[in-house]
Design a protein around this ligand. Structure first.
Ligand SMILES: [Zn+2]
Ligand SMILES: [Zn+2]
Length: 350
C-alpha cells in the first residue's frame, strides 16, 4: 500500500510504545489517535508507559500527537479524546486498526467496528504478572476468525469476565495494567513489525487469524493460527456504507425519517430521559444514549430515568419529537445510520 491510514485505540502501556514506531514507517501517512484519558502520576503511568514527567496531567492523545510531529512533521494526525465506542464510526474508516486497549469490553467494541467497516485489525496484549506479550491479527470477512471466536462462553470464561470490567465513563478505572514499560515495548515492537509487513504487502490475505505469544518469563514463543468458530457469538457481518449528506444541526428528525423511514445507530440506543446521579438534574428530551453524556452542572455521567430505551427511531415512536434537529438528539457527523439493512455515514457537506 502506498499510503496507510491507521487508527490507534489506546495510548497507554502498549500504545505509547507503538506510536513512535508507526511514525517511522514511511508508508504510514495518517494516524488517528483515540484515548479518553490523561497521563497520571498514580496508576503506574510513569513506570509503565513511554512518557516523560512533563506529560503528566495532559490528555494522552494530545501528548502523543506532539511526539509524533516531533518525529515526522508531515504526518497527518487526528486526536480524538474519547472512548472508542463513543467515536462516530465513520471517523474510524481507515486501512488498519491497532488495538492498544486494556479491557476486554473495549476490545470487543473494536472487533465489532472493524468487521462493520471492513478494516483489518491488530490486537496488542500484555500480562505483567507472567511476562507475556501477545499480538493477534484479524482480517474481517464472514468466514474469517474474529476476536470472539476464541472466547470461552463458560460461566467463568471471557463473557463472564466482561460483566466485571469497567465500562467506559462509569468512573471505575481501578484496573491499571501493571505491565512493565519493557513488556509494553515488546508487544509494541512485535506489532510494529506486523504492521510494516502489512503495509508492504499488496494483498494482505494471510494477515488475519494469527496469534503470536512471547513468554519472556520462560523464553518461549508460540504462534497459533485460528479458524472461524461456528459457536462464535458475534455475527461477523460487514457493511456496505453509502454517504448521506445531512447537516445535523439543520435537519429535523421529521425530515430524516421522511427520507429514510427509520434510524438506528449501532452501538447506541435512544432514551426518553436522563437523570444525573449527582445533582438530580433531569433531561427529558429524546437523546441518543452516548456513553459519555455528562451532566452540564456537575459533569457526572447521566443515566436513563427508566428502561424506556428505543433501539431505533421511526415516525410512530417519535411523533412528539419530529421538530428536534438531529444534533439536538445527539447525532454527529460521521455517525453511521442504519435503516432497513442499508448503512449511511452522515456527511455535513457534499
Ligand atoms: Zn468470531
Ligand atoms: Zn449533575
Amino acid at each position: 500500500m502506498e499510503s496507510l491510514h491507521i487508527v490507534v485505540a489506546g495510548a497507554g502501556n502498549t500504545g505509547s510504545h507503538l506510536l513512535p514506531h508507526l511514525a517511522r514507517i514511511t508508508t504510514i501517512t495518517r494516524i488517528t489517535l483515540v484515548d479518553p484519558d490523561s497521563y497520571e502520576e498514580s496508576g503506574n503511568n510513569l513506570e509503565g508507559q513511554n512518557i516523560d514527567r512533563i506529560d503528566l496531567g495532559r490528555p494522552k492523545v494530545e501528548v502523543q500527537a506532539e511526539k509524533l510531529h516531533r518525529i515526522r512533521p508531515d504526518l497527518g494526525v487526528v486526536s480524538l479524546q474519547a472512548c472508542i465506542e463513543d467515536v462516530p464510526r465513520g471517523l474510524l474508516s481507515s486501512n488498519l486498526f491497532a488495538g492498544c486497549l486494556d479491557s476486554k469490553r473495549a476490545r470487543q467494541h473494536l472487533n465489532e467496528i472493524a468487521w462493520r467497516l471492513n478494516v483489518p485489525w491488530i490486537d496488542l496484549g500484555v500480562l505483567g504478572s507472567q511476562n507475556l506479550a501477545r499480538v493477534s491479527t484479524y482480517l474481517p470477512s464472514p468466514d474469517s476468525p474474529c476476536l470472539e471466536c476464541s472466547w470461552d462462553p463458560g460461566p467463568h470464561g471471557d463473557y463472564a469476565v466482561l460483566e466485571q470490567e469497567y465500562i467506559c465513563g462509569a468512573g471505575a478505572r481501578d484496573y491499571p495494567s501493571m505491565a512493565s514499560s519493557a513488556l509494553g515495548a515488546l508487544a509494541a515492537s512485535l506489532a510494529a513489525i506486523e504492521i510494516a509487513k502489512f503495509s508492504r504487502s499488496a494483498l494482505p490475505g494471510d494477515f488475519g487469524g494469527r496469534h503470536v505469544l512471547v513468554n519472556a518469563e520462560h523464553h518461549t514463543m508460540h504462534v497459533t493460527t485460528e479458524c472461524r468458530s461456528q459457536w462464535c457469538r458475534f455475527d461477523h457481518r460487514t457493511w456496505q456504507i453509502e454517504r448521506w449528506v445531512c447537516p445535523v444541526a439543520s435537519t429535523t428528525l421529521g425530515d430524516a425519517l421522511r427520507a429514510l423511514g427509520c434510524l438506528r445507530v449501532e452501538g447506541h440506543r435512544f432514551v426518553r430521559g436522563l437523570v444525573c446521579p449527582g445533582c438530580g438534574r433531569r433531561d427529558d428530551a429524546l437523546r441518543m444514549n452516548r456513553p459519555l453524556t455528562k451532566c452540564p452542572v456537575c459533569n457526572r455521567r447521566m443515566t436513563p430515568t427508566d428502561f424506556g430505551y428505543l433501539d431505533h427511531l421511526d415516525p410512530a415512536n417519535t411523533a412528539d419529537s419530529s421538530c428536534l434537529t438531529l444534533s439536538n438528539i445527539g447525532f454527529r457527523a460521521g455517525d453511521i445510520v442504519s435503516s432497513y439493512g442499508r448503512h449511511r455515514v452522515i456527511q455535513e457537506a457534499a
